[in-house]
Design a protein around this ligand. Structure first.
Ligand code: NAP
Length: 235
């Protein structure tokens, strides 16, 4: 059976990926940073007891990533989904990511979470991907990071996603010869804690679209930046 490791799988888009891939018979390594916040995953493990393992991993803590990589050494992983992410301060928060009132510590945190951590996760679990024939890596980026499509002046988040897209575009070139397929997705504006109730897309539809892409993309499309529905993102 194919196997996947998903970061930030306890809620939102990560949880929905876990649900949909389990129901498509994938073995899931569902990671989340806080063992007290994995109730939905534990419910899933009652339905799919042999298909899911739940592991603690805080993507900001490189030791926690390395510890899990050591624990899973020599276990085949066919696909890594780099989903964990943070938005940074909202306009209603005291602290801000707008010009004139920037919280620089937060900017650093957003960059480490959204850009640096996914790269570290790939490095840490590279040995597991090497055993696989599929060798798939997914990064959930955002059109907010596109220079052409969106101009929302949320500096921390927008720059972290622009950088994540760049990093995984480069990585797709570096790993192409070794048979890796790297998918850079924008999930759309999705109703999750991050996307809020005002978003136009249900999480089920967004993830269904990305799973379909994962199943159907050709290796010549490695490194493409695509919306959940397959449209190319201009960046
Ligand atoms: N929703 C949208 O409209 C939208 C649009 C474009 C892109 N995206 C991207 O899609 C991805 C998922 O977003 P979402 O909408 O599902 O957001 P969400 O509901 O806020 O969920 C974020 C997930 O990331 C986890 N996470 C955050 N920091 C982490 C860390 N240091 N270590 C491990 N896990 C961590 C959270 O865990 P905790 O529960 O422990 O906080 C949670 O599971 C993000 O990368 C986001 O930027 C979302």
């Amino acid at each position: 059976m194919p196997s996947v490791l998903i970061t930030g799988s306890n809620r939102g888009i990560g949880l929905e990926f876990t649900k949909q891939l389990l129901s498509k018979n994938w073995d899931c390594i569902a990671t989340c940073r806080d063992e007290n916040k994995n109730d939905d995953l534990r419910e899933l493990s009652k339905i799919f007891p042999d298909k899911i393992i739940i592991e603690q991993m805080d993507v900001l803590d490189h030791k926690s990533i390395d510890n899990l990589a050591v624990k899973l050494k020599n276990r085949k992983i066919d696909m890594l989904i780099n989903n964990a992410g943070i938005l940074g301060p909202r306009s209603s928060d005291k602290t801000s990511q707008f010009f004139g009132n920037m919280d620089y510590d937060y900017w650093d945190l957003v960059h480490k979470t959204n850009t640096v951590a996914p790269f570290k996760v790939v490095e840490a679990f590279f040995g597991n991907l090497e055993i696989s024939k599929q060798k798939k890596i997914v990064i959930i980026s955002s059109t907010v990071g596109s220079n052409i499509e969106m101009q929302a002046p949320i500096f921390s988040y927008a720059s972290s996603k622009a950088a994540a897209t760049k990093v995984f575009t480069l990585l797709s070139k570096v790993l192409r010869e070794k048979g890796y397929n790297i998918y850079i997705f924008c999930p759309g504006h999705v109703k999750t804690e991050m996307g809020s109730e005002d978003a136009d897309l249900d999480v089920e539809e967004s993830v269904e679209g990305m799973v379909k892409l994962i199943e159907n993309l050709k290796s010549s499309q490695t490194g493409h930046f695509l919306r959940y529905n397959g449209e190319k993102v201009k960046y």
